[in-house]
Design a protein around this ligand. Sequence first.
Ligand SMILES: O=P(O)(O)OC[C@H]1O[C@@H](O)[C@H](O)[C@@H](O)[C@@H]1O
Length: 282
Amino acid sequence: MKSLITQTTFHGLPAIQVRTADGAEATVSLFGGQVLHWQPAGGRPWLYLSEQSAFDGKHAIRGGVPVCFPQFAAQGDLPRHGLVRTRPWRLIDQREVDKQVMLTLGIDSDDDTLALWPHLFALELTINIGGARLDMELEITNTGPDAFGFSAALHTYLRVGEVEMAELHGLKGLRYADACDGGTIKTDPMDMLRVDDPVDRIYADARRPLLLDDSGRHLQIEKENFPDVVVWNPWEAGAAALADLPDRDFRRMLCVEAAATAPIMLAADAQWWGRQSLIVGD
Ligand SMILES: O=P(O)(O)OC[C@H]1O[C@@H](O)[C@H](O)[C@@H](O)[C@@H]1O
């Protein structure tokens, strides 16, 4: 069987639906350049998507893998998480390679982004879907005459059966800024992280692969060039305050984000790339 790549709409937004020859599935929204759904061959979905997302082509979609650039969260004067999760991207390329599907999406600076952030940029997001893995690579090019500094993240909403039962392994001994405690720097002493309270942590220089154990199903989380890992769950009161997240859905999600939160300087004509791989284990 051949892979299927279909241009469609999802909640009224232009999207690409993929079913690979080996049975993996994905849905990618051109608004935000955002993977919204991913299910490995023979498996269950691994990304959380809020059914209360606005899907209005203006507000960010809550779920999947939003792309943050050139600002992370509220660490600057730009809209939260930057400029590209609330803008249309375009499909640059689609192809089938060894039963896998590779999509390349892009977005460039324009008059609207220049009015907010005076730098020329070109972003490409390459998404590989197939077998047991989802690979995403973000490439950032400075197309302007001057250097700029940026932050970036692949803000991955992982879907879990019950967040209090989920275990995230691989963070022991790492230093993190605890945004739930005024940004205090702490060291994680735990063999694994279990969330039973609001959590909003930036683990700096977290290079090891992580393993998510979701009540017995396993996901390996790897990254290259993104130095940081952000772990976020708003918990009960935080979820209630978010209009686009059903009140109880904080139990169904855990954000584990591949991030570069400290500004990276990019010279004129220079490029930077960062990659995240989600790999389903036994
Ligand atoms: O509600 P937003 O803008 O999508 O942000 C969600 C969360 O994103 C996380 O990456 C941040 O660490 C949190 O501080 C933030 O609350």
